[in-house]
Design a protein around this ligand. Structure first.
Ligand code: 2HG
Ligand code: ZN
Length: 474
């Protein structure tokens, strides 16, 4: 791509956003140019931080006129390199960080109108202050911004109950690739008026436009929450525990997370303050969270009775029920710190995949064996959202292996895991998206009419191809 980021383009951007809205010094732009996993290091001449939707639209109009490619960026927490610029410095980053107002919350309509730069954590707190729940929770919620969360259709811990990010979106405001603002900030539960455009942008990973604000569905705040950590011998046992909770009160399950013995070992080793509230370690663990807005629902008693039965039948080896908010947070910490602990342990190859819930045990079993045959000594660390079938089938490097060599094995490893995923009618990309990491898989998994249709949609909305080039589509 020709270098379109000329001094005159930078001057024009500065005229729109002011000095405060433009970073050009390499030491300032560097943190925006590398991903959290440190798999990709790009380069950019400008990180633009507009202070309003109108400013952002004016910058995009300028880019459209000059053919300047744009990488939209929120909290830069992508696991697939979805927000990093190219290495040749030809792309500018537009950050949504300064679009950070909660515009409105309505506890009767149960909606929140929010700008894209608000972090997910801040959005959750704002909803809670209004007596509501924003039912979306992911490990990176302290940094991830709402715009990015929607652009990748994040899933996370509560999908089992509330669905993915797209299921919470009632309306969107989007800056299109030509710089026009589409104001679709409607907050209606019923609105059948032609094609559902907002759902095109959710999950498009910034390749069709930049989401600048949204209307999200809220839920009533929970009155009772009960959390337990259970040690189990096998993933099959974890599945039978899940079916027991489903049979008792499926509607109260707000999270059902699986962890492996090795994953917990890494957390205990690398994360200060992490402790295991069980008497002895187990091969696998389940974190179950039940929550309800109903008064006097007796959740705690239900949790105890299901666990007692499961202990009696040796489905569960040991269990700890949180007795306070602090204990609840301590149990969740064991789960939420998995990515960080794995990063500290060494190089890892991630497989964010999904299979039908009933196939999770067979999938984990077979994928573990297949990877061990491919790379002797490789350490499988499967964990994740068992209640919705999304497993992070991550592989940690063998203890003495060279991290660089191990990362170079990423395609053979991912292809090996994906063969098992395919056997169980799963998906090679469950919740992290395609980004820069997985476009090469698209023809194989979404080829024919499906990929051709996606390419036509991209060409229709972004004919010049300036929005997040090289991401999602091969
Ligand atoms: C999680 O569930 C995130 O914690 C990250 O999706 C998963 O590190 C990962 O692979
Ligand atoms: Zn996850």
């Amino acid at each position: 791509m020709p270098d379109t980021v000329t001094p005159s383009v930078l001057d024009s951007i500065r005229a729109i956003v002011g000095d405060r809205g433009l970073l050009t010094d390499p030491s300032d732009t560097a943190p925006y140019s590398e991903d959290w996993r440190r798999l990709y290091r790009g380069r950019t001449q400008a990180v633009v931080r507009p202070g309003s939707t109108e400013e952002l639209a004016a910058v995009v109009r300028l880019c459209a006129r000059t053919g300047t490619a744009i990488v939209p960026q929120g909290g830069n927490t992508s696991m697939v390199g979805g927000a990093v610029p190219a290495e040749d410095g030809s792309e500018i980053i537009i950050s949504t960080a300064r679009l950070n107002r909660v515009r409105a919350i309505d506890p009767v309509d149960l909606t929140m109108t929010i700008e894209s730069g608000v972090t997910l954590k801040a959005a959750q707190l704002a909803a809670a202050e209004a007596g509501c729940l924003l039912p979306l929770s992911i490990s990176s919620e302290g940094s991830a911004q709402i715009g990015g969360v929607l652009a990748v259709n994040a899933g996370g811990n509560n999908t089992v109950r509330y669905g993915n990010a797209r299921d919470l979106v009632l309306g969107l405001e989007v800056v299109l690739p030509d710089g026009e603002i589409w104001n679709g900030l409607r907050r209606l539960r019923k609105d059948n008026t032609g094609y559902c455009l907002r759902q095109l942008f959710v999950g498009s990973e910034g390749t069709l436009g930049i989401i600048t604000a949204s209307v999200l569905k809220l839920a009533p705040a929970p009155r009772e929450i009960a959390v337990a950590l259970c040690g189990v011998a096998t993933v099959d046992a974890a599945l039978s525990l899940f079916t027991r909770f489903q049979a008792h009160d499926a509607a109260s399950i707000s999270a059902f997370e699986l962890m492996s013995g090795l994953g917990i070992e890494f957390v205990l080793k690398h994360i200060p303050g992490a402790t295991l509230p069980l008497e002895s370690p187990a091969p696998f663990y389940v974190l179950v969270e039940l929550a309800t807005p109903r008064p006097n629902a007796g959740l705690r008693a239900m949790l105890e009775s299901v666990l007692e039965d499961a202990l009696g039948e040796s489905i569960v080896l040991d269990a700890a029920i949180a007795e306070s908010d602090a204990q609840r947070a301590a149990i969740w910490k064991l789960r939420e710190e998995h990515s960080e602990a794995q990063k500290r342990e060494g190089a890892s190859v991630k497989n964010d995949v999904s299979v039908p819930v009933s196939k999770v045990p067979a999938f984990i079993h077979e994928a573990t064996a297949a990877c061990a045959a491919l790379i002797p000594g490789v350490r499988a660390v499967p964990f994740g959202h068992m209640g919705d079938g999304n497993i992070h089938f991550n592989l940690e490097q063998p203890v003495d292996a060279d991290p660089k060599w191990f990362l170079e094995q990423d395609h053979p490893i991912m292809d090996t895991v994906n063969e098992v995923v395919r056997k169980y009618d799963g998906s090679f990309s469950a919740e992290h998206g395609i980004g820069k990491l997985k476009p090469y898989m698209m023809p194989d998994w979404r080829g024919g009419a499906e990929l051709a249709l996606m390419q036509r949609i991209k060409a229709a909305i972004d004919p010049a191809g300036i929005m997040n080039p090289g991401k999602v589509l091969p």
